[in-house]
Design a protein around this ligand. Sequence first.
Ligand code: PEP
Length: 250
Amino acid sequence: MRRGLAAGNWKMNGTAASLGEVEALKTAHTAPSVDILICPPATLLDRLSAVTHGSAIATGGQDCHPAKAGAHTGDIAAAMITDAGGTHVILGHSERRADHQETDAQVCAKAKAALEGGLIAVICLGESLDEREAGQTLDVIGSQLAGSLPDGLTGATAVIAYEPIWAIGTGKIPTIEQITEVHDFIRADLVARFGAEGEAIRVLYGGSVKPANAAEIFAVANVDGALVGGASLKAEDFSPIISALEAAKG
Ligand code: PEP
């Protein structure tokens, strides 16, 4: 019912030399049975969108400002992402929450701006290691869901990414039972709030997804794909993750 989504977050990585990786992905996945998204740094979005034009690969930004335009040096508006060929935007990534002190309320305001601008919002949530060890994971996720998600989300306008902070870039992943518990919790919360659309909103897992662990993560019923950082930078790593998702959900 929900189409799988393999999303790459290049973070602050990539120059023109990286476009060849996307050419390789394009060639390897001409008619995928899942959706593919790459969110490069803003400097590359326009060029990367030109490379993926007419292919099965969508592109997006890594953040957008709540305002439509104005005096916000260094920031990017939703319409600018669209103008550069993007269709999605990652919001509330834990690195932005940490580096830029983004709050749930700010993430929610950005998500509203993204939706008004016609972008699909990929809204990130996740607990810290301290919160996990204190047994607070579901409370933290529940509070982030309540605070970061605007009303009226649908399967066509939003994607949720569960990314335990302690699993991002560390090579550590939660147990399959832990992933299942949180994804089931998120699904129940989405259905309680958005009804049938809560069933349609895709929930991705993110945090050290690699070719070697992708299949077992994608076997979890409420995992609809992955948000992938480091392993999305090279086609030789991202391509087998896409293939694993196709095998599980395609
Ligand atoms: C991320 O940046 O969203 C992420 C999950 O990173 P990594 O895959 O490198 O852990």
